[in-house]
Design a protein. Structure first.
Length: 224
């Protein structure tokens, strides 16, 4: 009979190696709960390991993009991509610190798989971006800031991405954040028919057939 180590015990040597890394690092399990939090993450975001481990990303960090779309959620697009075996390219997020500041970071995600199906972890490596930094209260929107995704789309080497309008790039970010068509319509104060038309235009311009493919392209082309 084959015996598998407990997933956390199996990964313990790696966690110990990351404990004193100068890079802020935290690790989540396949359910989006924080399994490891290093000293540099504590220094950057203020939460101690005791305060962070066991919490969900959604509860602790409330990560959002420049548009205010939340990524740390029960429907985390990063987790869904990792489960599908897709590569998650580096992207930018705003993470809520303990003192309610939102800290802008570049985020790289490394997928770790062990010997058992449950041994699945995502290592999040944070690269602080010092300027600009946003300060706003819990659940509030960031103050005015130019959405970098639009500039990236304009300069993209992918001709399909350059076809996207600013509104379509914004909606693509909302899709990646797990928002439904009715939610997008409500947030943008447009009809559901208009929201559906925008989504269909995105699929047509990117020459794809599903929202999941659109989200994958957005991450691959660093629009998020």
């Amino acid at each position: 009979m084959t015996h598998h180590l407990d997933p956390l015990e199996e990964s313990r040597p790696l966690f110990e190696a990351l404990a004193h890394s100068p890079d802020p690092v935290f690790v989540t399990d396949r359910h989006g709960h924080i399994a490891f939090w290093n000293a540099s993450a504590c220094q950057l975001l203020g939460h101690t390991a005791d305060e962070a481990v066991g919490k969900s990303c959604c509860e602790l960090l409330a990560g959002c993009d420049a548009f205010g779309n939340h990524y740390c959620s029960p429907t985390c697009p990063i987790l869904r991509m990792a489960i599908r075996g897709e590569v998650v390219h580096q992207f930018e997020l705003r993470l809520r610190a303990k003192d309610e500041r939102f800290v802008r970071v570049g985020l790289a995600v490394l997928q770790l798989k062990g010997n058992s199906p449950d041994a699945f972890f995502l290592t999040h490596i944070l690269r602080p971006i010092e300027e600009p930094r946003w300060h706003f209260a819990r659940d509030a929107e960031p103050e005015a800031s130019p959405p970098p995704a639009i500039a990236v789309a304009r300069d993209s080497a992918d001709a399909r991405v350059r076809k996207l309008t600013g509104r379509e790039v914004e909606i693509l970010g909302m899709l990646a954040a797990g928002r439904t068509t009715p939610e997008i319509a409500e947030r943008l104060h447009i009809s559901r028919v208009t929201a559906r038309n925008h989504i269909q235009n995105i699929l047509n311009k990117l020459e794809i057939h599903s929202k999941a493919e659109a989200v994958a392209i957005a991450f691959q082309r660093k629009l998020l």
